[in-house]
Write a protein that binds this ligand. Structure first.
Ligand code: 4NP
Length: 158
């Protein structure tokens, strides 16, 4: 089993988008019994809330369903359970580094490390317009493809 966790601040915009997109791609490759996906926020603001309506809407337009997801906050056992812990931005990554046991630090990475663009971070779209949510989806779709190929290669799943 390979366990993948996406992390942002609120777990209502970026990480649930990555969660839904990556799970969709995993299912397309029929790997859903081997690769498990989840997402969390570093903050507690939105616990138990569904994803932001704008993330749900732009996701739906491209065929991704987010409505069943609900926000939770990272907890200590996540650092043990997950194999890949992927932060959307550097603030998320430093929060994770401060809370992660030393022996699991290598699991922490910026998600866009797996993307093909020069951008390092998925920008927080929360206080902006719809174009910000579209941009999140562009970045996430791209990095999700790279991540899936990398996991398939590393774990010899093909
Ligand atoms: P996310 O976006 O980290 O992508 O879920 C945010 C959601 C809520 C807030 C900030 C970012 N907030 O400040 O409430």
């Amino acid at each position: 089993m390979v366990n993948v966790l996406f992390v942002c601040l609120g777990n209502i915009c970026r990480s649930p988008t990555a969660h839904a997109v990556f799970a969709h791609k995993v299912a397309q490759r029929k790997l859903q019994h081997i690769i498990k996906v989840d997402s969390v926020g570093t903050a507690a603001y939105h616990i138990n809330k569904p994803p932001d309506k704008r993330s749900q809407q732009v996701g739906k337009e491209r065929g991704y369903e987010l409505g069943h997801l609900s926000a939770r906050q990272i907890c200590a056992s996540d650092f043990l359970h997950f194999d890949y812990i992927l932060a959307m931005d550097n603030a998320n990554l430093s929060h994770l580094r401060q809370n992660c046991p030393n022996e699991h630090l290598l699991k922490l990475e910026l998600f866009l490390r797996y993307g093909g663009s020069v951008e390092e971070e998925v920008p927080d779209p929360y206080y902006g317009g719809e174009d910000g949510f579209q941009h999140v989806l562009d970045l996430v779709e791209n990095a999700a493809d790279g991540l899936l190929e990398e996991i398939i290669k590393q774990r010899r799943l093909s």
